[in-house]
Design a protein around this ligand. Structure first.
Ligand SMILES: Cc1cc2nc3c(=O)[nH]c(=O)nc-3n(C[C@H](O)[C@H](O)[C@H](O)COP(=O)(O)OP(=O)(O)OC[C@H]3O[C@@H](n4cnc5c(N)ncnc54)[C@H](O)[C@@H]3O)c2cc1C
Length: 502
């Protein structure tokens, strides 16, 4: 296993490079997709175009203290590469895992770093996507052409996070920084810190900050559900102890996590109050038996409507128990020179304010798309299974799961795309289009996801920018249901009426 990646090649600006397939993004989706393409369709030439100067995507962008997954790596890792560490992993451990996948499969040289894609244009006459790029300094990069685009650019803006425009921000004399832009040189030792937000990022960063800061306040608009559990898998430990090989450990423990997650998802809908009581009991193990859940830890939504924030070893609640962290539920009226004036009239003093306020959704990595000269407005497009789009040929978008690990869908879509590419070759086709069957022609386009299914703020805020679902059939929406798709996707009839080849 090599840790240092082979130095990738750079294509010349002004030159045109041709490939069968272009993969956009070298995050966990792009690297997994490249693995599937290389192993399942070894005859296809491909490159991975990546705007940044390193791999990892989310796990490269985020550098706040303690940054880690909140999914277990048995399911957030790929199905083909065993995970060997504790279930919850740091960003660095995830990047090492990805570097190992690249090295073991000789994929590193396929990546073109520092290559920001600005426009993708499909020509029906040529059956090609033309992909225009820029270098990091803004100068023109090479142009690429490919028959198929595999979009793994994620769903948010890596450079501009979501920072509300609070009144008086300019008056604040301390350090105000968004978690996504955290600078590793910020010294928070002995400082009074306020973290705005209560999602997974806040829960991750707060215990780490609290270990050095004077005190940390978690300022939230509304509470979140937290799931506290030790960062270990007893099953994995037992299987290893009795000598089971790592491939089998990975497969079995992955199934175990999937089973438990399915049960939790089912129970969260069927008996949400009981599930909440169980979550409280887990929290008490770290926060103490008399921990008060009202008002700061009693959410207004149901446990399945947003991702549960996983807290390995209950670290945030231990810090709350020890008085190093305080939670406050309030609104921000305005910033003052020394901190934040709250809606309640109280004032929070802060040397440092970290906004863990989430992402700005960015459709298709901010890339302009054209089909035969006509610019695509994604908000008018119907999606086929949350991965392809009516009227956009030869393109797949890897949009993972929110309630289960994102990457489960990378493997499913990997199999699907490779099957589509083989099917096209068998048919002698160079174009595949998604067609809305006549029976659905009268259906109206609906928001990407229903409000009562899954409603985190970053989706609700920008839902109008996302493509649309068509009716209620699973074929015409992103169901967010791994278990259904794990059965349905391998059985998709590629000659069904939704697919048109030429
Ligand atoms: C802090 C944080 C923690 C998370 N934790 C979890 C978790 O525990 N479990 C989970 O399931 N999900 C989690 N998520 C969601 C997470 O984004 C995904 O799980 C996953 O990492 C996304 O991978 P990706 O490769 O699809 O996209 P990204 O990680 O967003 O990577 C996309 C890549 O594409 C590149 N790119 C984008 N646009 C362009 C362009 N125009 N030209 C060239 N390159 C481009 C980007 O530079 C980036 O490298 C988390 C998200 C965040 C922000």
């Amino acid at each position: 296993m090599t840790e240092v990646m082979e130095r990738p090649q750079q294509d010349k600006a002004g030159a045109t490079q041709d490939f069968d397939v272009l993969i956009v993004g070298a995050g966990i989706s792009g690297i997994g997709s490249a693995y599937h393409l290389k192993t399942q369709n070894p005859d296809k030439s491909f490159a991975i175009l990546e705007a940044k100067d390193d791999i990892g995507g989310t796990w490269h962008t985020h550098k706040y203290p303690g940054v880690r997954s909140d999914s277990d790596l048995y399911t957030f890792g790929y199905r083909f590469k065993p995970w060997i560490g504790p279930p919850i992993a740091t960003a660095e451990e995830i990047r090492k895992y990805l570097r190992d996948v690249l090295a073991e499969n000789d994929l590193g040289s396929a990546i073109r770093f520092g290559t920001l894609i600005t426009r993708c244009s499909w020509s029906t006459a040529e059956k090609l996507w033309t992909v225009e790029t820029k270098r990091a300094d803004g100068s023109a990069g090479p142009t690429y052409r490919a028959n198929f685009l595999w979009m793994c650019q994620g769903y948010y803006d890596h450079n501009n996070p979501y920072l509300p425009d609070w009144p008086g921000m300019g008056d604040y004399k301390g350090k105000l920084i968004h978690a996504q832009l955290w600078d590793e040189n910020i010294d928070y030792a002995g400082k009074e810190v306020v973290v705005i937000g209560s999602g997974a990022t806040a829960a991750t960063v707060i215990p780490v900050l609290a270990d050095k800061a004077k005190h940390v306040t978690m300022l939230q608009r509304s509470p979140t559900y937290f799931y506290c559990y030790p960062n270990r898998s007893d099953l994995a430990d037992k299987l290893r102890e009795i000598g089971v090989d790592e491939d089998t450990v990975h497969r079995v423990v992955r199934l175990d996590y999937l089973h438990n997650l399915k049960m939790l998802d089912h129970r969260a809908r069927a008996e949400p109050d009981l599930v909440f009581e169980e979550l409280k009991e887990l929290i008490r193990q770290y926060a103490g038996p008399d921990f008060e859940f009202e008002p700061h830890f009693t959410p207004r939504y149901r446990p399945w409507q947003q991702r549960l924030a996983f807290i390995p070893d209950g670290d945030m609640f231990e810090r709350i128990r020890d008085g190093k962290v305080t939670a406050i539920t309030d609104t921000i009226d305005h910033f003052t020179a020394g901190g934040i004036k709250l809606g309640s009239g109280d004032e929070l003093k802060a040397d440092i304010v970290m906004a863990a306020t989430g992402f700005k959704l960015l459709m298709m990595g901010g890339i302009e798309f054209q089909v035969d000269g006509k610019t695509i407005d994604w908000s008018e497009k119907a999606t086929y299974r949350g991965m392809m789009f009516e009227g956009v040929p030869n393109m797949v978008w890897v949009f993972g799961y929110f309630r289960a690990a994102w990457t489960l869908r990378v493997d499913l879509l990997g199999d699907f795309v490779c099957r589509v590419l083989r099917h096209m070759d068998e048919k002698g086709a160079s174009e595949v289009n998604i067609v809305i069957p006549p029976a659905l022609a009268g259906e109206t386009l609906q928001p990407w996801i229903e409000d009562d299914n899954f409603n985190p703020s970053y989706l609700v805020r920008d839902m109008d920018k996302l493509p649309k679902r068509l009716g209620e059939q699973p074929e015409w929406r992103h169901t967010q249901d791994y278990w259904r798709e794990a059965v349905d996707f391998p059985a998709i009839n590629l000659d069904g009426e939704e697919f048109a080849y030429s």
